[in-house]
Design a binder for this molecule. Structure first.
Ligand code: IPE
Ligand code: IPE
Ligand code: MG
Length: 239
């Protein structure tokens, strides 16, 4: 396993990234926003491969939020087209790339074709080194509300009692069920906010905000973020 950031320390097992800054990257070049999203998709491929080579087990990426529907029809259609193309190619190369996919978010609002691609990718089980959790039409608040709704339905059906609910049980209803929380959350683009990403799971994550636009994000930036993570003193409320 390659080591990163600090020669003696392994990388986090779960890294999450808010892939932000595609629009500004395009604007800097006088290109349409969709060109920024295409460049962002390339950046994602590069970083996913790099994470696999480092031995990172889970990579969770924010690709489209529940709030991103506020954008123009043209931009949304462009993003959806890129996602379709990416997943079609990824499905063919899954075994070769030793990657497994999971999707976090309410997929029901996506086109039937895109939903089918997501399900096909998710259901394909094979040997893998890295699991990519793709956040699509994802919102942290939406995730918590749908989890609460599922639990309430089970209570109403007499399958559970209100007092059964614990933090551990609640996690079973989240999109991330069974996946360890990310140790590190990275947000490029210079913005310093969470924008409704992994609200439950990042309770004790280390955040690294970086002044680079996502399409310009390189493996060296990831090394830098991991090195910063290793310099942090995680206390989890203790001393
Ligand atoms: C992130 O880049 C991609 C999505 C939100 C889909 P943006 O499109 O938000 O880029 P900026 O923030 O406008 O630069
Ligand atoms: C967060 O970025 C969502 C994704 C990267 C998919 P946004 O660009 O939507 O966030 P805000 O609007 O700057 O908070
Ligand atoms: Mg943005």
């Amino acid at each position: 396993m390659a080591l990163s950031g600090n020669e003696t320390l392994p990388p986090p097992q779960h890294i999450a990234i808010i892939m932000d800054g595609n629009g500004r990257w395009a604007k800097q070049r006088g290109l349409p926003r969709t060109a920024g999203h295409a460049a962002g998709a390339e950046s994602f491929r590069r970083i996913a491969n790099y994470c696999r080579s480092l031995g990172v087990r889970y990579l969770t990426v924010y690709a489209f939020s529940t709030e991103n529907w506020k954008r123009s029809q043209e931009e949304i259609a462009g993003i959806m087209r890129l996602l379709r193309r990416y997943l079609e190619e990824a499905l063919q190369d899954m075994e070769k790339n030793r990657v497994r996919f999971r999707f976090f978010g309410d997929l029901s609002r996506l086109s039937p074709a895109l939903q089918k691609l997501c399900l096909d990718a998710q259901n394909r089980s094979s040997e893998y080194d890295v699991q990519v959790n793709f956040c699509l039409n994802y919102g942290g608040r939406d995730e918590i509300v749908q989890a609460a709704r599922q639990f309430a339905l089970q209570v109403a059906a007499g399958e559970r009692k209100p007092e059964d609910l614990t933090e551990d049980l609640f996690e079973h209803y989240l999109y991330s069920a069974g996946i360890p929380d990310p140790e590190l959350v990275i947000r490029p683009s210079g913005e310093k906010r969470v924008s409704n990403f992994l609200l439950w799971q990042s309770a004790y994550s280390e955040y690294v905000f970086m002044n680079v636009l996502w399409p310009d994000f390189t493996p060296e930036h990831l090394d830098e973020a991991i090195a910063e993570y290793h310099r942090r003193n995680r206390r989890f409320g203790g001393t």
